[in-house]
Design a protein around this ligand. Structure first.
Ligand SMILES: C[S@@+](CC[C@H](N)C(=O)[O-])C[C@H]1O[C@@H](n2cnc3c(N)ncnc32)[C@H](O)[C@@H]1O
Length: 168
């Protein structure tokens, strides 16, 4: 069986993928992050690409290459940075690099759903939306964990949600 490839775009410190890569040495992990890695050393099965989602510029990953794409709290960052025109770009790039039938996960706080759902529909993407269960929070990225703490402290709009984009 060919090795599975997992991708995290806008990974931040990349701690979740570094952990997954150590736990799964037979799988390949790719990180796309506009800044370089700050946690070293990286596991051998993790490749860190210092690249960014940009207008009219593809990532250096070939089409139909990865089995799973994760966008964790990068879309809200683009929105906060007044770069929301890059949100469709991030979705298009994710779909381009995904193998047919692969998994596409977006994690964002609840307040982003209202903004993201129309963008996903404009791109003719079918998806489902659910809150991330409490018992799964510990395995998530720092961004998801921090949002969950804010939610627990009363900021209902920060409840972390999972959007599963259907790819087949
Ligand atoms: C809020 S952090 C989330 C980090 C991590 N995914 C998490 O959930 O903890 C957003 C990340 O997206 C990265 N980022 C921002 N714009 C980007 C772009 N255009 N392309 C790739 N990464 C970007 C930032 O450098 C930052 O590390």
């Amino acid at each position: 069986m060919s090795k599975e490839v997992f991708l995290d775009i806008g990974a931040g410190f990349g701690e979740r993928f570094i952990r997954r890569a150590r736990e799964n040495p037979d799988q390949k992990f790719l990180v796309v992050e506009s800044s370089g890695p700050s946690l070293e050393p990286l596991p051998e099965n993790l490749e860190w690409l210092v690249e960014a989602i940009e207008e009219e510029n593809q990532l250096s990953i070939e089409d139909n290459f990865v089995d799973e794409v994760n966008l964790d709290f990068i879309l809200s960052t683009l929105y906060a940075d007044d770069k929301e025109t890059l949100i469709p770009e991030a979705l298009t790039e994710s779909m381009r690099v995904l193998k047919e039938g692969g998994s596409f996960f977006i994690r964002e706080p609840k307040y982003m759903l209202e903004l993201l759902e129309p963008v996903l529909r404009e791109q003719s993407l079918d998806f489902s939306v659910e809150p991330i269960p409490k018992q799964e929070i510990e395995q998530q990225s720092l961004g998801v964990q921090e949002a969950y703490l804010e939610f627990k402290n009363g900021k209902v709009e920060m409840e972390p949600y999972l959007i599963r984009v259907k790819t087949d």
